[in-house]
Design a protein around this ligand. Structure first.
Ligand SMILES: *[C@@H]1O[C@H](CO)[C@@H](O)[C@H](O)[C@H]1NC(C)=O
Ligand SMILES: *[C@@H]1O[C@H](CO)[C@@H](O)[C@H](O)[C@H]1NC(C)=O
Ligand SMILES: *[C@@H]1O[C@H](CO)[C@@H](O)[C@H](O)[C@H]1NC(C)=O
Ligand SMILES: *[C@@H]1O[C@H](CO)[C@@H](O)[C@H](O)[C@H]1NC(C)=O
Ligand SMILES: *[C@@H]1O[C@H](CO)[C@@H](O)[C@H](O)[C@H]1NC(C)=O
Length: 451
């Protein structure tokens, strides 16, 4: 358990007009809307076991996922309702980190602009900062000058300092809050004691500025104890799934992040799902690693040595699947092969000038989307366990300017870093992270069905 709090952390509220009945017809029945809502005390007397027995299968939590493209970022946002009364937050969906955090403000009478950008601590009656001596506080990293915890002082809050690989930092108080969540049965559940970071000092390129526009924080979905998937997984089931929709569509289509549910049910019939093992790296316990076996461009298998893909004994290399990284990064020798093969096979003229940051850009001026897609080489990733991922070309040739598409696969820059399957490469696939079985399921057929 993350917190020292009692195990029974559920308060259930039932929206009777949306009560989970199997018939879709019944759900739309107008009469149901006249049923009065339960009083708060009645609502509190419900518990998760009763809900489970009522439904005969465990509920899953669903949260909307939307591309941040309209606010100019390459991230996908999950909506989370935090606090009492609930405040709506857009958090970056990040399988590559653990901490859930929101930009916090202590203001009491703030402008509308402020309200949109921050979690307002003083507007919530359920905010509790953890004590620095608590078990929960040991789960978060601290800054160097903040090691002393004064046991005798009642209000020695737990301070955290969480860093990302590019040096960006979120720091503040590690706290607990009530999260209001939707279940797959159209019920609303209040989860008390969701541990999160209340960020008062936030700095660095990936958590401020243009790449963070429209986001109020990060929803860590990694393997660690404090992540959203771990905290909710303990109550609802230890797996989660999501779809990331085509970010170029406007208005942005909504899909869902789903956590938990029936442990033996997959979202889709197994004939439509491919599975590959999820591997762990003791040096980087946050990440979900998959194993690439071979890579092909235009049907031609590239001569990349297997050691290029491997995760070595000291934790270097390997490939992670990261919803919080926009582009895809491959180990240098693999990237060089992919780039050369793409150059050779793409049937479109290169642009005179490259878009900064990219290695290969093609001129698609005057061509329809269909003919562009047909002229881009097919990419095939063979994964351990026999799963084959064939992403659509729009996932790896992205529009960067009018009439220009660039290869969104770059070389890993830092020595020893892992390869990263970023969020654009994941578009249009349903991914299911089955943490108990340590396997990743994926399907091209899942997103239209996704709730
Ligand atoms: C909050 O701000 C509004 C407008 O700026 C002002 O009229 C009001 O008195 C303020 N309330 C408090 C409690 O400060
Ligand atoms: C701890 O707090 C108490 C009471 O506020 C204070 O007297 C004491 O000096 C503090 N100790 C440290 C090490 O800061
Ligand atoms: C739950 O779902 C309903 C209907 O989709 C939506 O209006 C509401 O905002 C959601 N609530 C939460 C807490 O996500
Ligand atoms: C899921 O399947 C396993 C193995 O077949 C079984 O032991 C377990 O009881 C099942 N769980 C549920 C909730 O049906
Ligand atoms: C693309 O090609 C057209 C001619 O077909 C040319 O006018 C335009 O400048 C080219 N764009 C780029 C970015 O190279």
């Amino acid at each position: 358990m993350v917190t020292q709090s009692p195990v029974n952390v559920f308060l259930l509220m039932v929206f009777l007009e949306l009560v989970a009945l199997s018939s879709g017809e019944f759900l739309k029945h107008p009469l149901l809307q006249r049923t009065p809502r339960p009083s708060p005390s009645e609502a509190l007397s419900q518990d998760i076991r009763r809900l489970n027995s009522l439904l005969r299968r465990p509920p899953a939590i669903t949260s909307p996922v939307i591309s941040g493209a309209s606010s100019g970022t390459g991230q996908y946002f999950v909506t989370l309702h935090l606090g009492s009364p609930p405040q709506r937050l857009n958090l970056v969906a990040d399988t590559g980190s653990d901490l859930i955090w929101a930009k916090c403000s202590a203001c009491t009478n703030c402008s509308a602009n402020y309200r949109r950008s921050y979690f307002l601590v003083r507007h919530s009656s359920s905010f509790r900062s953890h004590h620095c001596y608590s078990d929960a506080c040991r789960l978060v990293p601290h800054s160097h000058d903040d090691r002393v915890c004064n046991l005798t002082r009642l209000h020695s809050s737990c301070r955290y300092e969480y860093s990302y690989s590019d040096g960006s930092v979120s720091a503040g108080f590690f706290a607990s809050e009530t999260a209001t969540l939707n279940t797959s049965f159209n019920r609303v559940v209040e989860l008390r004691n969701l541990d999160f970071g209340c960020g008062f000092q936030v700095a660095g390129p990936s958590v401020t500025g243009a790449s963070f526009h429209g986001a109020q924080g990060v929803l860590g979905l990694g393997r660690g104890d404090i992540s959203f998937s771990s905290q909710l997984g303990r109550h609802f089931g230890n797996k989660f799934s999501y779809c990331l929709m085509d970010y170029t569509l406007s208005p942005s289509p909504t899909s869902f992040l789903t956590i938990g549910g029936d442990e033996n049910a997959t979202v889709l019939p197994s004939a439509y799902v491919s599975f590959t093992p999820l591997l762990t790296n003791p040096i980087s316990p946050t990440f979900y690693y998959i194993s690439i076996q071979t890579i092909s461009v235009g049907g031609e298998r590239l001569p990349v040595s297997p050691s290029v893909w491997s995760l070595d004994e000291i934790g270097n290399g390997g490939t992670i699947i990261d919803s919080g990284t926009t582009l895809t990064f491959l180990a240098k020798p693999a990237h060089a092969q992919v780039l050369a093969a793409m150059r050779k096979r793409v049937r479109l003229p290169s642009t005179a000038v490259l878009t900064p940051g990219f290695d290969l850009c093609v001129n698609v001026t005057g061509l329809g989307r269909k003919s562009v897609m047909a002229a881009l080489p097919k990419l095939t990733l063979r994964l351990r366990g026999g799963a084959v991922m064939v992403p659509p070309p729009r996932n790896y040739f992205i529009p960067t300017a009018e009439g220009v598409r660039c290869l969104a696969i770059l070389a890993v820059t830092a020595e020893g870093s892992s390869s990263v399957i970023g969020n654009l490469m994941q578009q249009g696939f349903l991914f299911e992270f089955d943490r108990d079985r340590s396997r990743l399921g994926f399907s091209r057929h899942g997103c239209s069905l996704s709730l």
